[in-house]
Write a protein that binds this ligand. Structure first.
Ligand code: AHR
Length: 320
């Protein structure tokens, strides 16, 4: 409502100035403030590119900020979008909790909020309008089921070293829980080490080096919450004189081109897909929301699992 009034005012003012045709078009654009997590991974780069290019294509005026993996930066960005009176705010929350105050501010300013990629934990669901993104718990289950299948008929112990994503983030929490849910009744599997590599390649390498020092050849499986950390871990495993994909089985998430290259080289065994291509859905949803139309509260991204055997055939059609 507020933005509609503003647009009418802009048109009248511009018409009076004789500038109507060229500038009314600009005044009509939906203004979307997007607060991104950062640029921590290949996935995130593809996600940012998807949001920027689809905003352009959809004629949306995108205000974009990069929080460098810090919640306080995202909160600052959201507050600045509220102050700028954008039409819609969207963000991919770096962690799950701590959002209630800023979401209340957006609600008080009557600016709808769309979550993309990651969820928030809030006591009141009306603080956001919609959540578009993957089912991370199901992704974790998919990784767990793939492992069970791989070790079908074999005896344990099967020792898992877990490279966790950002502490407190939805994908780190859910991918861990999904795995634990699947292996809880299969006592061959044991998670012997678990540490965060913050979803980065450098973090994955560093944590894997420490795991190898502490557990060496006892590690049978690396369960990495994303491809970047898995690629870092692969480097550490090779530097330790072991063969990733053979001596240590690598289970990862995202299914980026980097993961496909590692799978084709026989160094990664499986990557569970998590699609970053959320831009088009976000633009459609933002337009509907701004027009006062109702949208589904939860939009789940469709995804699959890519074992290494399928990598070469699928690689040419990968988009990220
Ligand atoms: O929230 C999605 C996760 O965040 C991706 O798995 C990871 O690569 C990214 O950094």
């Amino acid at each position: 409502m507020r933005s509609a009034k503003l647009k009418v005012l802009a048109v009248i003012t511009l018409a009076a100035a004789g500038l109507y045709s060229s500038m009314a078009v600009a005044a009509d654009k939906l203004v979307l403030g997007f607060a991104q997590v950062g640029a921590e991974s290949e996935w995130r780069t593809a996600n940012t590119e998807s949001i920027k290019s689809s905003a352009k294509e959809a004629g949306v005026d995108l205000k974009f900020s990069d929080a460098q993996q810090k919640q306080e930066n995202q909160i600052k960005a959201i507050r600045s979008y509220i102050a700028q009176k954008v039409d819609v705010i969207a963000f991919s929350p770096v962690v799950e909790s701590g959002w209630e105050p800023v979401l209340r501010e957006a609600k008080a300013a009557k600016i709808p909020v769309i979550l993309t990629d990651r969820a928030v934990k809030v006591s009141d669901d009306s603080l956001y309008t919609a959540f578009i993104g993957s089912d991370f718990l199901e992704e974790g289950r998919r990784g767990g089921r793939w492992l069970q299948d791989k070790y079908k008929g074999q005896q344990g112990p099967i020792n898992i070293a877990e490279l966790q994503g950002t502490v407190g983030s939805a994908p780190a929490i859910d991918r861990r829980n999904g795995l634990l849910e699947i292996i809880k009744n299969d006592d061959r599997f044991k998670v012997i080490a678990s540490q965060s590599g913050d979803f980065t390649r450098a973090g994955g390498k560093q944590v894997m080096e420490a795991f190898l020092k502490a557990y060496g050849k006892q590690i049978n499986v690396v369960y990495s919450h994303n491809d970047d950390m898995a690629i870092g871990a692969i480097q550490a495993i090779e530097e330790a004189g072991l063969k990733p994909g053979k001596d240590i089985i690598i289970v990862s998430f995202d299914a980026t081109k980097g993961a496909f290259q590692a799978m084709m080289a026989g160094k990664m065994n499986v990557s569970v897909e998590c699609s970053p291509l959320l831009g088009p859905q976000l633009m459609d949803t933002a337009k509907l929301v701004a027009a006062g139309k109702s949208v589904p509260k939860r939009i789940v991204t469709k995804e699959t699992v890519f074992p290494m055997e399928t990598a070469a055939a699928t690689f040419p059609s990968r988009k990220y």
